[in-house]
Design a protein around this ligand. Sequence first.
Ligand code: NAD
Length: 488
Amino acid sequence: MGYETRCLIGGELVEGAGASIEVENPASEEIVAKVGSASLEQLDLAVEKATAAKSSWGRMPAVDRAPLLHGIATALREKTDELALLMTTEIGRPLTESADEVEWCAACFDYYAEVARSEIGRVIPPIEASQFSVVVKEPHGVVGCIVPWNFPLLLLIWKLAPALAAGNTVVAKPSELTPLSTLAIADAFAGLPAGTVNLLAGAGEIGAAISGHPGIDCVAFTGSVATGQKVGMAAAARNARVNLEMGGKDPFIVCDDIGVDGLQVAAEGGAWAAYLNAGQVCTSSERFYVMESIFDEYVDAFVQHTRSLVIGDPLEPGTDLGPMVSAAQRGKALGQVEEAVAAGAELLTGGGNAGFEQGHYLEPCVLTGVPAEADLLREETFGPVAPIVPVKDLDEAIALANGLDFGLGANIYTRDLKRAIRCVKEVRAGSVWINDPLTDNDAGPFGGFKNSGIGRELGTEGLDAFREAKHAHIDTEIEVKEWWYPYG
Ligand code: NAD
């Protein structure tokens, strides 16, 4: 398979002139491609091109932008097989999950194509009869997008689609682990004015240069808390707008009112929420709080289900979990498991390499007895690991859920409406899923409380992230106002 390794700058495909990036297939550990990173001069050129495209794209009526955005959705759907294969090659995730991601990307473009047609502000009640007051929402200008590897296209499109729909132009950088799928979508933007979308391969150096670039008006970032803080500080130093989507340590609460059938569902749902994409989802469930009276039964069902999962070649139909993205990521997750076991935890299943000599495979792990102070219950793991902790009641579960500085998502299983609503109100997280783990909906906001983020993606909130509000006070009379001088 040939790979697109060129960057998109000003409508042209060009080889990156910076350092070479080696792209590894995590299932085989083979280097499948070498991609030239953009140089800092190429970043300057991309910003220049995006700035030049601001007037043609930014002034285009939303009704004219809409078919072009739908066109991008169509182009992505037409390339589903190719893009899915590329993402699986780069991150090792089962092909079916990669194909789903392409559809979610296309649907996001379709959503924002229409949502952005419906309003660019509002009319507000004036403070005087002769006034007409309106709020007008305008694009920021050039938006810099910096994204991680775990959903390489989706997390880019959650920024790109609303930013474009709002009339911004874009300079975007994928993770150095996953440049191929991003560079492969360059042709989907052929119908837009040249320079509206620029795609640059590169690692942290280019990310840092985007965050600090004086020509970039807004930086939209998804990644770790540590990097997000750097991006936020670089943007704040020049008062650029910023949107940060960062890490999490999501809780998964199981109440004792769910019954025998519910318990099995909550075990299977919990395993999916913990192991999807080999646990490398920002909203992976990473700590399970289960009420004491059903604890043993729940753990048994979880372990049985975990042992039934198929770990293997991500290209094979029927594979549930592929390898993790890299040796480093596998080492980090396994390191937390080993540290917890050394401190007294019991590893009930998992932890091996599923018999694979090649590839970063990690059999999904279930643990009990993890000490409360272990990293496994406090720091992001980003791997297929489920520590399960007994709690005596919902008070304790909510206190533990809220006890960390993260607040991205939270899951609760209960049939009790009172408990469900209490969790919605009291759990401090940007997404709360009751009996419905990890669903997304383009129409609603996604993002984090506390260290997990600043700002929101998706929904109308996600469109507003890429718009500046202007309040226009219009008076139809030219007259001296009574509150002017003189006061006497
Ligand atoms: P990361 O922070 O290492 O890298 C993210 C991006 O930032 C990459 O493109 C990287 O090249 C770039 N980067 C690195 N150094 C930079 C710098 N100094 N300035 C600017 N950019 C820089 O994260 P990762 O390992 O790629 O992704 C995993 C992390 O992403 C996890 O913490 C996960 O929770 C988080 N994540 C969050 C969300 C969310 O929506 N909240 C979604 C997915 C992933």
